[in-house]
Write a protein that binds this ligand. Sequence first.
Ligand SMILES: [Zn+2]
Length: 112
Amino acid sequence: MMRKNGETQAPNQEIEALDEGPIEPCEHMTNQINSLADGTLHGVIKHFTRFHAWHCGKCSPALRRLIALRTRVITLRQLPRDAERNLLPVARYSALKKAMDALESGEESSNG
Ligand SMILES: [Zn+2]
């Protein structure tokens, strides 16, 4: 996926792809689809995986959703901290931050 320099907003169709359901590639292709989505797959296996994903009813949407997810994460990482906070309602941001803090400290959240 190519991107113009300085562009930080993900295309809407990539964001919408996240809302279409779970990411479930063929079980035997999971690692290859993940690697293709994050750009770490090379050589013949890359071409094989692209060909498979092109024709497969499970891997094609899974690849699209993984790329959308990756794009969203990269976009969020590039936002200034204040802009990041404005994307979520305050309560949701607080819950997310609390969960992330718990994960980082290795503790489980005590609420439900
Ligand atoms: Zn497949």
